[in-house]
Design a protein. Sequence first.
Length: 326
Amino acid sequence: MRYLDVMRSALVAVGVMAATSQIAIAQDAYPTRPIRLLVGFAAGGATDTTFRKLAELAAKDLGQPIIVENRPGAGATLAPSTMAKTEAPDGYTIAAATAGLLRYPYMQKVDWDPIKDFTWITGLGGYTFVLAVNTDSPLKTPADFFAYAKKNPDVLTVATAGAGTTMHLLAEALAGMADVKITHVGYKGSSEAVTAVLGGHTMSTVDAIGTILPYVESGKMRVLLSFDPQPVASLPGVPTAKSLGYDLVYPAPYGLVGPKGMPPAVVDRLYKAFKAAADSDEYKKLLVQLGQTEWQKPPGEYQQWAGEFYLSERSLVERAKLLRQP
C-alpha cells in the first residue's frame, strides 16, 4: 500500500509539474493569437485615434494583430468594466483606461472595484482639455460665456462625449465654481459632440484639444479656455481656467488595463510592447498633433498612481455636484 501511495503522490507531483510547465510555456509564447483592445469611446475621437495608433505599433512588437473594439457608455467605463467581469486574465482581452474608470463609482453604483478588479498594465499618455465654441458664436471670451450663463440659467448648452466622462465633470465643475447653471448634453462620442456645436445644435463643448484643434485651425471653432496648469503652446492667447480664478487643473492620464490576476510574464510582455510604441517617434508625433502629453508608468507605479488618483477624484465629483447618494 505504501508503494502505491508513493506512486500516486509521484504521479500527482509529475502532473502538477507538467501543468505548471505548460502554463509557463504558454506565457513564454504569448501571444499566439490576435488580441482585443476595448476602447470606451466612439470611433473618430482623440481617444480612439490614440489607442488605434498604439495598437498598430505594439502589434508589430508582439507579432500578433491587436483589434480595437469601440464600446462607449457608462462614462467610458463600459468597456473596461465588462472586460473585468467577463474575460479571462490571459492577456487576449485588454482595455483602455481613462480617468472615468477611477471616478464613475462615485457617481453611480457599480458591481466592480476600480482598483482590485483590474490588472494595471501601463500608463501611456495624458490629455489637455478645452472649452470651445463655434466661431460664429457671440460668446467670444470666457467672460461672455459666464455672463450669458448667469443671465440665462440652464440655457447655455455644453456638449460632451457622454455623461460621466471627464469632459462632463469639467463642464459641471467649472459651472459650479462660476456659480452659473448650464445644460449638459451628452453624446455617444466626441465627434458627435463637435458636430452638434458646428451645426449650431449646442452652444459649446468640452473635449480633448486633439479633437478640437483641427476645427480651430480651419477657422470653424474657437477655444475659450484650457484646463491645463499652464497656457497651451498650440493655443496662443488662450487662458487657463486657473488663470481666470477657477481652481480647476486637470491633465487626465490614460493607460491600459486587463482583468485582475494576469500572469506577470504576460503583463510584462504587454508593458514592453506598448512602452516601445509610446517611445516611438511615430507616436510622439501623434501626441504633438493631438496636443497630448507624454506620461508613462510601469505596472507597479501605474497601480499605485491609480489608487491615489481614485481617492482624489471624489473632490472633483463633489465640485461638479454629481456625487451619488449612498
